[in-house]
Design a protein around this ligand. Sequence first.
Ligand SMILES: *Cc1c(COP(=O)(O)O)cnc(C)c1O
Length: 379
Amino acid sequence: MSGSASSGTGDRFGIDDLPVRDELRGKSPYGAPQLDVPVQLNTNENPYPLPEPLVERIAERVREAARGLNRYPDRDAVELRTELAAYLTRTGKHPLTAANVWAANGSNEVIQQLLQAFGGPGRTAIGFEPSYSMHSLIARGTGTGWISGPRNEDFTIDLAAARSAIVEHRPDVVFITSPNNPTGTAVDAGTVLALYEAAQAGRRTLVVVDEAYVEFSHRASLLPLLADRPYLVVSRTMSKAFGAAGLRLGYLAAHPAVVDAVQLVRLPYHLSAVTQATALAALEHTDTLLGYVETLKAERDRLVGELRAIGYEVTESDANFVQFGRFEDSHTAWRRLLDRGVLVRDNGVPGRLRVTAGTPSENDAFLDAVRDLKKEQSA
Ligand SMILES: *Cc1c(COP(=O)(O)O)cnc(C)c1O
């Protein structure tokens, strides 16, 4: 299950005995626990399985693809990128074509390709933390130096401090996560524009807006900001709102030159024919898939309201999850909830935990558990 699975020889040979890169020594892999408990609200997945007609359509398209599996897939995934561009154009209020879009195995791979092309040894990337831990992990994996930028007490971006950090460190890549994970709040367009300008002063810096949760947001997508901003990239995923985390499909929208750049580092045929066929089937059912988003938004708002009523402090959420606290010891609180069969996430933010909006009954189970926890802790 974990990176410590041994060779079975009973010896004590471990990672540190291998000639691994120095910056990987003593580090842990990304590891949200995958535990088999009744209520799993820890990885921001969509709780609703794909609808049956879509499952049928996926089977059909995959069967078709299977007949050609003796050949490599379309290396440039043109049909898929065309459909993704159409989806973004329709929903993002900004016209895009396949030339603006690039797809990979999850937006994590998109981010890795961006850092391979624009980061790397001798270069740096900055993010404003707490934020998505994979940005710094992928930076490390690609040999990119990582700079941890600041946030306000309420977890919004401290614009003045963020600007000075960009001016001081001159990073090669700036990450802005909106809505932010694990805190939940979306970033307004003005802040993104100000940071973009700071990042371009005197040099050319790629600004990546990670919009993994944008479909759940009170704010519109930042896609229209792409107009006339060739150093801006918006990344998206089918893992959250589309309810297809198991598919592994992420994508970006940017100037076509950015798409040309990531093609210099992508592995040939990185997106399997099966993945492309499945994603295309899912895109045929976009409306059904996104149909659950409204339910989840309402459940998210219910969680915010009820958590506040119980007496918890809740961070404003534009996502399908909610950050709440405070706890004297968030890890102990996490344990107590797990003992009650409810798995939430301890992201290492002091005094806070994060819960994903699940189905109404999962959320009820979670709310019962946190009500008990509150009583226990104030007793
Ligand atoms: C979940 C998440 C992703 C999605 O990663 P995939 O590789 O597409 O599953 C990307 N960014 C953020 C901020 C996330 O929380």
